[in-house]
Design a protein around this ligand. Structure first.
Ligand SMILES: NC(=O)c1ccc[n+]([C@@H]2O[C@H](COP(=O)([O-])OP(=O)(O)OC[C@H]3O[C@@H](n4cnc5c(N)ncnc54)[C@H](O)[C@@H]3O)[C@@H](O)[C@H]2O)c1
Length: 699
């Protein structure tokens, strides 16, 4: 941090805490010292607060959340800044988020460079702004607008911030010089200290009618979450409480929020998502290969989506198919996808053109020669993929990453078809590839460390969350899906309706019930996989038989207008269908499956316990590097509720003993074939430990 006073009497505080100017304890100390220093310098007529590097303060130090409460420190510091007798101007650039925006609110004036963004995303961590934000923001922009900003958690741009009155001016050029010039102008115009805390909240923005809407929305949208409601409580209090009392309430509420399971889960994921790119044991000097150009083989559903990911990241990509017709169809789908993004205002027509220009369609494999990464996304057929990888070694440039998007095939067997198995890796995108954030990166025993590093860094460039897995059937996500979906299907054969099973899962917080997911993905997809890999599944005559029965009746899901549910053209709503129920009932009769009256608790346990159990096996086998990685897979790729932290975090939160005993309970009811506790689960449950614990020591 630096403090200098210009000849014109402007004290300039410049903070530099790379990489993103987090307000940690050291920064708070330095700022406090600066304020003390400024107070005793009579020549200071105004103060400017700016940051060096890529951004203004990006937020508070989330690592401090698990420690003792810090609000008083923030309160003291921000209060001292605001209490200065001379005008204080925050000059912002980059993204001012959370505590980063709250410090600006404590300044007397706010200016920013074009392109800056401002937000209070605390509710995404299950908490509320706790450094005065809930009390200062409404004094500037009113209660209604404050709630919009805080509850949406989405940052606003300069134009919107000016409209709201959050920002006083946009400045151009260099942030430091621009802010000093703004302060000098202020002084010339007689502008003095202007404390946000001394303003009154406009009562017209806090009527009960205004508060009702976000309250009802928070209750219906997040039935298991409390952060949004707590934020409403704090912000609305600003209209009736004096400022200091408002701050007292805010501190109390933020500390209560930090202690909720919701916040603990969300903070866990915040860190887990940052960990996934870290690779223990890799030499630190290992650098990722540069990816300046990509190629995708197969212009189908996945190939087209993957090409879009590259183009969106500004990387040129060659999209190859085996026939002109398939290629043109694929490029048309890409173009349509961009059209719908233009229609929804996500990108401009000019953006579309720029991105389409980065995607080059081709039929000749020779065009792969200059690609730094080649991703194969042809039909799910081992021989075909081996053939392609056999050809790649002769064409691809030396060191190019050779990736496959297979979901179910043995990547080691694909790698053996090339003379460069060290370059081969799985890049398992999820559908739609241009939307879903998860990317499973699958290494074989032969994959080089360099290839892994390149893949993990590439994921970042593509704005994906990568999770590293070792080769096994289903990798992390789909392998855990097996038991989860198996029980859901089995329960509909036992007489639970698809709606009931899905409702229990959705009430738990899954983005979509699993049977509705099957209808959306296509029941044929699941059946084909199960037919192709019959040797890998247990000898259970009821295994996935609901899928098989519906498939045999031509009910493939949404694409045929019927599956577990019935669909009406142009409408995605699920309708109950007696015909589906009759098919399921007849199947149960044929398989002599006894009907059962399921409680909601049973439905949930029978789906979740196998999911958790398999996750623990995956962890123990080293297929996943960390428990947190498994949580990221299921929250980023499979709609597991983030506020429950992912399946393994959730297991720890309900206790491994309960998980273990639950599995034994169903073992007694249904036998050991599907109900066998993972050995690590049995051990940790016996020792009264958690997975998070074990993950640290791995004894
Ligand atoms: N669809 C999904 O949800 C999904 C999700 C994850 C992974 N995957 C995997 O992605 C891969 C592709 O799946 P998809 O759904 O996009 O399939 P798709 O049938 O939509 O597309 C496959 C494309 O590959 C082309 N192709 C076939 N042989 C080729 C060859 N020799 N050279 C060049 N192109 C060739 C076809 O013409 C077709 O356009 C599969 O391995 C699949 O398991 C699919």
């Amino acid at each position: 941090m630096a403090l200098e006073v210009t000849d014109g009497g402007v004290a300039v505080i410049t903070v530099n805490n790379p990489p993103v100017n987090t307000i940690n304890a050291a920064v708070r100390r330095q700022l406090t010292d600066a304020v003390v220093d400024i107070r005793v310098r009579p020549q200071v007529r105004a103060v400017v607060l700016v940051c060096q590097g890529s951004t203004f303060f990006s937020g508070a130090d989330i690592g401090e959340f698990s420690g003792p409460p810090m609000e008083h420190e923030y309160r003291q510091l921000f209060g001292a800044i605001e209490a200065l007798e001379v005008p204080v101007v925050a000059g912002m650039h980059g993204t001012a988020l959370g505590g980063g925006l709250e410090i600006a609110l404590a300044c007397h004036y706010r200016v920013a460079l074009p392109g800056s963004r401002f937000g209070l995303p605390e509710v995404t961590l299950g908490i509320i702004p706790g450094a005065g934000g809930t009390q200062r923001l409404p004094r500037l922009i009113g209660v209604e607008r404050s709630l919009e900003l805080i509850l949406s958690a989405r940052p606003v741009d300069v134009e919107r911030a000016l409209e709201l009155g959050l920002l006083d001016a946009q400045i151009n050029g260099e942030i430091r010089a621009g802010t000093i010039a703004y302060a000098e102008e202020l002084l010339k115009g007689g502008g003095g200290a202007r404390r946000t805390s001394e303003r009154a909240v406009d009562p017209a923005t806090a009527t009960s009618a205004i508060l009702e809407r976000p309250t009802a929305q928070a209750r219906s949208q997040y039935p298991h979450r409390t952060a949004a409601l707590t934020a409403i409580e704090a912000v609305s209090a600003s209209a009736r409480l004096p400022f200091q009392q408002g701050l007292d309430l805010e501190s109390e509420l933020v500390n209560r929020a930090k202690a909720t399971p919701e916040s603990k889960a969300l903070v866990h994921l915040f860190f887990a998502e940052r960990e996934t790119r870290k690779l223990p044991g890799l030499p630190p000097e290992l650098r990722a290969g540069v990816v300046a150009k990509a190629a995708v083989i197969g212009a189908g559903t996945m190939g087209g989506g993957i090409a879009i990911c590259f183009a969106n990241a500004g990387l040129p990509v060659t999209l190859i198919d085996s026939s002109r017709e398939a290629l043109e169809r694929g490029l048309a789908v890409v173009s349509n996808t961009y059209d719908s993004m233009v229609k929804r205002g996500r990108i401009s027509q000019a953006d579309k053109q720029l991105r389409m220009a980065l995607i080059h369609g081709a039929l000749d494999y020779a065009e792969l020669a200059d690609a730094d990464v080649i991703i194969e996304a042809v039909f799910e057929n081992l021989e075909l993929k081996r053939q392609i990888f056999g050809r790649l070694a002769a064409i691809a440039k030396s060191g190019a990453l050779l990736a496959t998007n297979t979901s179910t095939l043995d990547i080691a067997a694909i790698a053996q078809a090339t003379s460069r198995p060290a370059d081969v890796i799985g890049l398992h995108f999820f559908s739609p590839a241009n939307v879903m954030p998860l990317l499973e990166v699958v290494r074989t025993d032969a994959t080089s460390a360099q290839a892994i590093r390149t893949a993990l860094d590439l994921a970042k460039a593509l704005k994906k969350t990568p999770v590293l897995a070792r080769v096994c059937y289903g990798f992390i996500g789909n392998r855990m899906m097996e038991g989860y979906a198996r029980e859901a299907e089995r329960m509909v054969l036992e007489g639970a309706t698809p709606r009931r099973v899905d409702a229990v899962l959705e009430d738990f917080g899954m983005a979509m019930g699993i049977l509705a997911v099957f209808d959306m993905a296509g029941i044929d997809v699941s059946v084909n996989v199960h037919k192709a890999h019959a040797d890998k599944y247990p000898a259970d005559p009821s295994y996935y038989q609901a899928d098989f029965a519906l498939h045999a009746a031509g009910r493939l899901g949404q694409k045929t207008g019927k599956g577990y549910y019935r669909y009406i053209a142009g409408d995605r709503a699920r309708h109950d269908d007696p015909e589906a129920l009759a098919i399921l009932q007849a199947t149960a009769l044929r398989l002599a499956i006894a009907p059962r009256a399921h409680s909601d608790a049973e439905i949930l346990e029978r789906c979740l316990l196998p999911l958790i159990n398999e996750g623990i096996r995956i962890l123990a086998e080293g297929v996943a590097l960390r428990a947190g990685d498994i949580d990221v897979v299921w929250t980023a790729g499979y709609g597991f509720p983030r506020y429950r932290g992912g399946p393994l975090f959730y297991a720890d939160s309900i206790g491994l003993k309960a998980v273990y005993e639950g599995i034994l309970k169903y073992q007694r009811l249904f036998g050991p074939m599907h109900w066998q506790p993972a050995p690590l689960l049995a051990r940790l449950a016996g020792e009264g430990r958690t997975l998070a614990d074990w993950d640290k020591v791995r004894d």
